[in-house]
Design a protein around this ligand. Sequence first.
Ligand code: COA
Length: 175
Amino acid sequence: MDRWAHAMKDGRTVVVRRAIERDAEQLLRNINEVGAEEDWILTEQVPWDPRQEREWIRGFDDSDSVLYVAEVDGRIVGQVDAHISMYPKAHHVASLGIAIVKAYREKGIGRALMERVLAWMKARGVEKANLEVFSTNSRAIALYKTLGFEIEGSRKRQFKIRGQYVDDVYMAKWL
Ligand SMILES: CC(C)(COP(=O)(O)OP(=O)(O)OC[C@H]1O[C@@H](n2cnc3c(N)ncnc32)[C@H](O)[C@@H]1OP(=O)(O)O)[C@@H](O)C(=O)NCCC(=O)NCCS
């Protein structure tokens, strides 16, 4: 299996690779940790069902979709997934989602995962990468901008986080 090693900002090494079924429980734990923070992603809790999670992982076929994980010292600490649109009219477009557990943020892992998934898209002939981000998520928006993403628009007050309205910002990058 391909593995991409990157130096982290703290000198450790992060390895990016495709997810395998054995990662199911760690991925479930991670997404539920990030979801429980409420501030960053729409998902708050995925039911604890490792069998279903393994099926979800199997669904990423590497041609229309992919799921990469970031591993540090043998522990999965982040993930990014991408899907090329199933509609012929939007087949030049892919959407992505990314999440890193709290203790491993701001160490360069987000950039490493983003660069990998954008390279995957480019290799498959995708022309445009899309994502959605909460208007309050300035760290993510800064990362996306440094990678060449631009804001295309937003759905105003699309979400409420702890009673506060938040816009759903649409960002895109032409590859
Ligand atoms: C958003 C997220 C993916 C970014 O990944 P990360 O590993 O924390 O970020 P990186 O260390 O790779 O930083 C990359 C860039 O982000 C920006 N950045 C990092 N921390 C920042 C902060 N506190 N404020 C503003 N910008 C920041 C910088 O531009 C940085 O560039 P640099 O590498 O040249 O310094 C990660 O923090 C995360 O998963 N957060 C929780 C879940 C989430 O928000 N997912 C995205 C939903 S759309």
